[in-house]
Design a protein. Structure first.
Length: 183
């Protein structure tokens, strides 16, 4: 009888331990399937020998209280751009991880607002399959005087569906819209 009482006590504990060991929120040991925590995105634009950086900050990474620098771009200018990505909560350079897992990530650039048609963005880096990544890019501002627009920067994470270089995934690591003034 004592043996059965012990089993009644031990079996529930084993079941709880099994459930805890299979927690779906735990990251895969190799990092596969894990969306990145991004607290800061830095977009650096260079043209005519001058560089300017614009940041989007989410200090605690919860998606609220986002602080976004407005961009100022020159009409009729071609910029080379780069993106740096950080997890300041854990002190990590997420950009290095994105570069390492480039076949699982892609930045999408979506112009919006009144002068959106004047902005054109093309990724200049590729993963090992020849598909765009977007850590580096070229942004062209067509001639046409001053105006306003926006530039949405979205980092898609590809786990469930394969990356095709054209379509975003249903997993988004970051989605930031920079206000743009064209001079």
């Amino acid at each position: 009888m004592k043996h059965i009482d012990t089993l009644k006590f031990v079996l529930p504990l084993l079941f709880i331990a099994l459930l805890a060991g299979c927690d779906s929120t735990d990251p895969d040991p190799e990092g596969v399937g894990e969306e990145e925590l991004i607290t800061r995105l830095v977009v650096t634009m260079t043209a005519n020998g001058q560089s300017v950086s614009y940041e989007a900050n989410d200090p605690d990474g919860d998606g609220t209280g986002l602080q976004i620098d407005p961009m100022t771009l020159q009409s009729g200018t071609i910029y080379t751009g780069s993106i740096a990505v950080f997890d300041d909560v854990n002190g990590e350079d997420v950009g290095a991880e994105i570069a390492e897992e480039d076949d699982e990530h892609q930045f999408f650039f979506v112009p919006g607002g009144g002068a959106a048609a004047r902005l054109s963005v093309v990724a200049t880096d590729q993963d090992e399959n020849g598909l765009p990544v977007g850590l580096t890019f070229q942004l062209t501002v067509a001639d046409g005087g001053s105006g306003t627009a926006s530039l949405q920067v979205i980092l898609s994470h590809f786990d469930d569906a394969p990356k095709d270089g054209v379509n975003r995934s249903d997993e988004t690591d970051i989605d930031v819209t920079f206000p743009v003034t064209i001079q």
